[in-house]
Design a protein around this ligand. Structure first.
Ligand SMILES: C[S@@+](CC[C@H](N)C(=O)[O-])C[C@H]1O[C@@H](n2cnc3c(N)ncnc32)[C@H](O)[C@@H]1O
Length: 242
């Protein structure tokens, strides 16, 4: 089962990551054709919406769809998403996926790592898709440099890695339709310091490794470039069509 990570608790660490990476702009470019296809009549589900900023950015760029539904288990993040998204479109907050939909576009943006029962959640998401809809799951895969650090930290602590990666989710999606990988290339770069490394580590682990996290900070060594850490890497957007 996936570890529980309270994203309300690590919002500042996530913000540090976003401020030092080109990921959001790379993702927006990859998602542009899907947002264009959604249009102003489409119905969007944001699964694991966080504070809603990611989807709000897409809507600012492409215009509002007919409605935005979202699922977000962290109460702190859900309150932010509610306020942010309701200012842009008709918004519905969902407790779960039972009976939800149909949706023309479902975004699961870095959220499926954490679900307790991936086959069940993936099936529920697929069921919520409109017949010509698309489900896009953004997930690090095992080859991604940050996923290597993330997994390495758990290995160094002698613990099983408790999250699901793209390698785990892609075969589950394939039970429900055709799956294509659209690659997102990005850079994470920051001035190297123990505090900055610890911030990125906390963003990855949610602080679940406790004191063992300090030892795992050496995993960043191979990415040193002068006084900075520079990580060029990529991961797939898994795109399901039924
Ligand atoms: C890395 S954040 C991504 C947030 C947002 N999608 C974004 O791109 O900024 C992961 C989000 O998934 C949420 N999450 C965790 N467990 C979840 C679950 N079982 N179902 C849905 N969302 C979950 C977290 O609360 C968090 O807001």
């Amino acid at each position: 089962m996936a570890d529980a990570v309270d994203y309300g608790e690590i919002a500042d660490d996530y913000a540090f990551f976003l401020a030092h990476s080109t990921e959001t702009e790379a993702q927006r470019a990859a998602l542009a054709p899907h947002m264009a296809r959604l249009g102003s009549e489409g119905r969007l589900l944001d699964f694991g919406a966080g504070d809603g900023a990611f989807t709000a950015g897409l809507v600012a760029e492409h215009g509002a769809p007919a409605c935005i539904a979202f699922v977000e288990p962290s109460p702190v993040q859900a309150a932010k998403a509610r306020a942010r998204l309701a200012a842009l479109a008709e918004t519905r907050e969902l407790d779960g996926l039972a009976g939800a939909g149909p949706f023309d576009l479902i975004l699961a943006n870095h959220s499926l790592y954490y679900v307790a029962d991936p086959p069940r959640t993936v099936a529920a998401l697929a069921d919520a898709l409109a017949p010509s809809g698309r489900l896009i799951a953004a997930l690090l895969d095992r080859e991604n440099a940050l996923a290597r650090i993330w997994r390495g930290a758990y290995a160094a602590a002698g613990r099983d890695f408790p999250f699901w990666l793209a390698d785990d989710i892609a075969p589950l999606l394939a039970r429900h339709g055709a799956v294509a990988s659209e690659w997102v290339d990005y850079r994470l770069a920051f001035e190297d310091s123990p505090a900055a490394r610890a911030t990125i580590m906390r963003f990855l682990t949610g602080g679940t490794l406790g004191e063992a996290e300090a030892e795992a900070l050496a995993l960043f060594d191979r990415h040193r470039a002068g006084s900075r850490i520079v990580i060029d890497t990529r991961y797939p957007h898994l795109v399901l069509t039924r």
